[in-house]
Design a protein around this ligand. Sequence first.
Ligand SMILES: Cc1ncc(COP(=O)(O)O)c(C=O)c1O
Length: 391
Amino acid sequence: MYRIGEAELKRIEGLFKSGNIFRYGMGGECDRFEESWARYVGVEHCRLSRSGTAALYTALVGMGVGPGDQVIVPSYTYMATALAVLAAGAIPVIADVDDSLTLCPKDLKKRITRHTRAIIPVHMVGLPCDMKKIVQIAEKNGLLVLEDACQAVGGAFEGKPLGSWGQAGAFSFNFFKNMTCGEGGAFVTNDELVYQRGSVAVDCCSFYWNPDEERDDLQFAGHNFRASEIEGAVLNVQLRRIKGMIKTMRSHKKTLLAQGLDEGLKSIKNNSIDHECGTHLGFKFRTEREARGFSDRLHGLGVGNFLPMDTGRHVYTRWEPILRYQGAHHPALDPFKIPANKAARIEYSEDMCARSLRILARSVLIPMHPDNTKARVAKMGEAIALAARSA
Ligand SMILES: Cc1ncc(COP(=O)(O)O)c(C=O)c1O
């Protein structure tokens, strides 16, 4: 739901003219963004990287998650959430979503075992999870929480920013996100050690930049997911736009939601309607047939929408590497095969979260856009009313 334009171009032009396009050059765009984003989210640290997937993986490394651990992820999220768990060497356990299309706290409790180490609640399509309940469950069971806020950049739950509720939070800045730099990501945390270890995973050389370079706990083999100053520069401009965009989308969503409810439509559960991103308006139906009928009529009236069930690799039944137990490029590194995971391994099946499938097939999501004019929102409202009436 991004906006991008002249201001970003100008910033990059300045950067190119200066020649300071490298993260460890004379620039400072990445440093500035990391500071500003940490402040926005209300946490101590932020580490920019190449993608949301890298942000999730590096945060897990930071948190010390690895072989022998199970990590609970929801059934409705982009496959990368679960694949990041495998990349860290751990076993993803898939839990149901509820009517909010986010992790169901009740089902989450049921999936906890003695091997569970962490939970990754995912704030899908700008909709926050019930973070109060999830954090309570985590604390009661001694579990870590990594929020996947890749699709909810800039939103909050009950006034507290997404990404600041657990030990760490991860964001994506690619296609279709509330802020974008083409491809990019970042993790945030209040925990100094998570930040330092995660930074080694982002940049295998980062302990050399660190005054504590003698520390054994930071001298493990990392990767390179470093962002360049170009991404940093674009994001610094994007950051100026985000509050206004979210406010506009949230207000459009509330207007359209009220109209839909007046026509007898039922809303999906909104866990934090006054603080979420407002990127998607959701209605739920009694049957898939009703949902598809409404969706088709709305399309016919020129209003884009979709059933979450139809979003390919955002539904666990399409996570082939997991359903086929292909957890790495080499069997000796595959979390599904390594001896350290013998006790933590689980069986997956297409119907293991059947309740989620029913919910995802009976919901219709309508994307908002900050550039929608008042007239456009009014037209969308008329179309929603018409599509509801002709059920
Ligand atoms: C919920 C969720 N998690 C993780 C990711 C991974 O982000 P990226 O594509 O930037 O690696 C995405 C990306 O779309 C996402 O939607």
